[in-house]
Structures are given as structure tokens and as C-alpha cells.
Design a protein around this ligand. Structure first.
Ligand SMILES: [Zn+2]
Length: 481
């Protein structure tokens, strides 16, 4: 064997060994990565407990007056909330099955079937977001509890909902929420808030919808009913526009801090700029007498008008984007409207899910845009965590908000906890990777949970109560707060 051959063999052997070492090293790395749970780090624990201590301002919720909280059923103990109500009146049932509450009203007739409903939903966020309500408020693990535990929880939920005290305790103490901006879909133009921690929004969805009184099946939504009650005439299209302004002013007088629309559930977010003349064609005629294009022109015009009023009356505009009709809810469709109205403060809801990156890009370009992560962790926890990280990389941390978007005390508690966890995890990961100092991460967390909402809706500052050492409880005859 000559020398060059020896060298070759030696090099080959060395390469083989190196290959094995690299293999072993990557195995160790990946198995450690698979074991690694960021939530077990001290950084996460510190951030999470600091964020839990922030009295949060929830920018969007739907908690009806106590007697009208949805989900109550007839039971063998009377009419009330129970375990089935907590799931029925949640996002879980949007895409997952839930056995109907039985006519007998007996838990024993419901649970044996219902407990199997969750089998295909175990990894979904629409299921998982509610789990902390059971562990933290009822002390049971929903996934492993016995039938007897389930029966006991069912009874305790029923007992809790005999009095509104439970709702107050869960929301203001256990979830540590100070104020909730409420979207009262049950009474859009009434602005009556039963809870002292609730602040109304003006839901303008119906104002854009209707070309004729017959378009409003619910009198609480009808601008025509509002006009009649307030002796305002609505004979011409101009009158209608004036009534809209009156409604917004009335809402502001009643404490509303913003406008809100969920029109993305009904139509595209592509709002063309149309002339008043074109817009007025459909107005005042029963819907069947106008073409689809004429109705759209009317709605497009009203949206532009509302956007102008939003700036004029200093009521930022919360717009549902993404995850409604999939066609037409991409927030990119709003860019022309946003660019043409730089003095209106646009709040893009739900982070535009699934278009969270697009939403970030819009906010980067347009300083009059805020991103509200409301509902996003509940839709997809992983996308929520990723979105917080991506947005913080492309825009200022002072324009990101959050909201629970739930319908009963347990749902609000659970969505709040889910968001605090998601945000803490997003921030902790950046800290652990050396991409963000921990004190900065903490400041960002506080901004998203509280400070940004107070800055965007400054009148909320007058409604703060936690620093006054108060405890909010339902008003009863002869009793104070
Ligand atoms: Zn909502």
C-alpha cells in the first residue's frame, strides 16, 4: 500500500466517524427539542405570573345581561346553566358535535353519550381554550374526570348561575379583568350595560345592511325604529345618513368608545368608493326591487361614510376580518379604504386569521391601523403565538390589542387565560432565544393586555376602578356596589 492510498483510507475513516458523531449529535438535539416545553422554563413562569397580575382591558366581548346569558336548559332542578350550556354556548360547537340536552332534563341521560362527542376535537383550540375553566374554576381535569366528577361539576355550574355574583367574581377577580368593551348583539342600538365593568361599542353592521325597513327583523337593530322613537324623519337617503350620525352620537353619549362591524359574515370586505347618486338607487326600495350591485353600492357608500364619521366622532372602527365567509374576509381588501382615510383609526379584528401576516403588513404600512388579536388564540393557539411574534417584529408594540370574545363567565375566564398563556409563551420564546430582554417583554405584555387599549380608547381611563380598591358586585335594592 503506498502512502497516498493510506491517506485516502484515513480520510475515509475520519469522515465515517464524523458522520456518526454528527448523526448522534443531531439525534440528541432533536430528542431534546422534542422534550423541550417552553412553558416549563423559569422565563415563561415569571412572564406568565407577571401578565396574570395585569388587570386586563378586554376590547371585545358578548356577555348578555345575567338573565339572558345563553345556554340555559330545563333540568330536573329547574331552568338554568349546566355543563351542557358551557359547551353549547361556546365556539366548540361551531365545528364539533354536542349531544342535545335531553327532554328528561336529567344529566344521567345526557352525559353517557355527550362525553364521547369530544373525541375528534381533542387537539382543536375551540375545545382546548375552555379546559382551564374546569381546572381553575372547578378543580377538575375535564379530560380525565370521572362520571361522578362530571355530575358534580354540572350541579355546581347550575348553583353558580343562581346569582350574578358568580359572573362578577369570575370576570373581575379570577380572570382579573378591569373593563370589557361589549358588543351587545342582543340590543345593538340600546346601549344599556348591566355590568359596571362593561363599556359599549356601536355595532354598525345593521346600519349598513338595510335599504328598507323590511330588512330589519329585529326592531333593536333597526335605524328606522330608532328614528321613529327619536322623532327623526327618514324620507330621503340624506335623512338616513343623518340618522346614522345621530345613532353614533347617541352611542357615544351612552359611553360607547368605538364602532364595530361584523359585516364580513354577510358580504365581501371589498368596499368600492361610489357616488352618493349610485348609492341612493337601492335605498328605500324593498330588497327584491334592486339588483345585487345596487345594494352593494349602497352598502359600500355607507361603509365609507361610517369610516369618515369614525374619524369625526373619534370612535375607532373595529372591523371583523378573516374567519367569517372565507371568500371576501381577507383584510387586504380594506387597504384602499384604510389608505384613503388616514385619520380614521382602524382596528383589524382576529388578526385577520388566517391572514395574520397580511394583517401585520397592513399595520406596518399604515399607522392608522391597530391589530386586535381578539379570538385568535381561541381559533388557533399556535397561529396566535406565531402572530404575536411576527407582528412584534414588523410593527410597534403599542398597536396590538386583545379580547376574549366569549358569552359566559367560564368562556371569558378561559379565553382570557388562553390568551395570557399564548402571549407569555410568544414572549418567553423570544427571551429564551436571546431576541428580547425580559423587562422589555414584560412591558410589551402589559401594553397588549391593558395599556394599548387605554391609549386607543382614552375615555376608558375614567371608568377604571381597580386602583380604587373597589370590589364590584351586582347592584341590589338598598345596596351599593
Ligand atoms: Zn365577537
Amino acid at each position: 500500500m503506498d502512502l497516498p492510498n493510506m491517506k485516502l483510507i484515513w480520510i475515509r475513516q475520519a469522515l465515517k466517524q464524523l458522520g456518526w458523531m454528527a448523526c448522534a449529535a443531531s439525534f440528541v438535539f432533536w430528542s431534546r427539542a422534542a422534550e423541550f416545553d417552553l412553558k416549563k422554563t423559569e422565563t415563561f413562569r415569571r412572564l406568565k405570573s407577571a401578565l396574570d397580575a395585569v388587570p386586563a382591558i378586554d376590547t371585545h366581548d358578548h356577555l348578555p345581561p345575567f338573565d339572558r346569558i345563553q345556554g340555559r336548559v330545563e333540568t330536573d332542578r329547574g331552568f338554568g346553566m349546566n355543563l351542557s350550556s358551557i359547551w353549547r354556548s361556546s365556539y366548540y360547537t361551531w365545528f364539533n358535535p354536542l349531544t342535545a340536552w335531553p327532554k328528561s332534563g336529567r344529566f344521567e341521560d345526557w352525559w353517557p353519550t355527550a362525553k364521547h362527542d369530544f373525541e375528534n376535537a381533542r387537539a382543536t383550540s375551540f375545545y382546548r381554550y375552555q379546559l382551564s375553566a374546569f381546572s381553575d374554576l372547578y378543580g377538575v381535569d375535564f379530560e380525565t374526570m370521572t362520571d361522578a366528577d362530571a355530575g358534580a361539576v354540572n350541579q355546581r355550574i347550575f348553583d353558580h348561575y343562581k346569582s350574578p355574583d358568580w359572573v362578577y367574581e369570575v370576570i373581575t377577580e379570577r380572570a382579573n379583568l378591569e373593563l370589557l368593551v361589549m358588543d351587545p348583539y342582543w340590543d345593538r342600538l340600546g346601549f344599556q350595560m348591566e355590568y359596571p365593568f362593561a363599556v359599549p361599542t356601536v355595532n354598525v353592521t345593521a346600519l349598513m345592511r338595510g335599504v328598507h325597513p323590511s330588512d330589519f327583523s329585529n326592531p333593536n337593530d333597526s335605524p328606522f325604529v330608532f328614528a321613529a322613537k327619536n322623532q327623526l324623519k327618514v324620507e330621503r337617503f340624506e335623512d338616513y345618513l343623518a340618522v346614522i350620525e345621530q345613532i353614533l352620537m347617541f352611542g357615544r353619549l351612552k359611553g360607547a368608545v368605538c364602532l364595530k362591524t361584523t359585516t364580513a359574515y354577510e358580504r365581501t370586505l371589498d368596499f368600492e368608493k361610489v357616488s352618493k347618486e349610485r348609492a341612493s338607487k337601492a335605498w328605500g326600495r324593498p330588497r327584491g326591487q334592486s339588483s345585487e350591485q345596487e345594494v352593494k353600492a349602497f352598502q359600500d357608500f355607507v361603509m365609507w361614510y361610517l369610516v369618515e364619521l369614525s374619524a369625526k366622532l373619534e370612535l375607532p372602527f373595529q372591523i371583523h376580518t378573516g374567519h367569517a365567509r372565507i371568500q371576501g374576509s381577507n383584510p387586504m381588501l380594506l387597504v384602499d379604504l384604510i389608505a384613503a382615510n388616514p385619520t380614521t383609526k382602524f382596528v383589524l379584528f382576529h388578526g385577520g386569521y388566517p391572514w395574520v401576516g397580511e394583517t401585520g403588513a397592513i399595520a406596518t404600512r399604515h399607522k392608522n391601523v391597530w391589530i386586535d388579536s381578539v379570538w385568535l388564540p381561541t381559533i388557533s393557539y399556535t397561529m396566535g403565538r406565531r402572530a404575536f411574534q411576527e407582528w412584534l417584529e414588523v410593527m410597534g408594540s403599542n398597536r396590538i390589542l386583545w379580547g376574549a370574545d366569549a358569552h359566559h363567565a367560564e368562556g371569558i375566564y378561559a379565553a382570557t387565560e388562553f390568551t395570557r398563556r399564548c402571549l407569555a409563551e410568544a414572549l418567553a420564546e423570544k427571551v429564551e432565544r436571546g431576541e428580547l430582554r425580559e423587562d422589555y417583554a414584560l412591558r410589551i405584555g402589559r401594553q397588549i393586555l391593558r395599556d394599548n387599549a387605554l391609549e386607543l380608547f382614552p375615555s376608558l381611563k375614567q371608568r377604571l376602578w381597580k386602583d380604587k380598591g373597589k370590589r364590584l358586585r351586582p347592584l341590589r335594592t338598598g345596596q351599593g356596589e
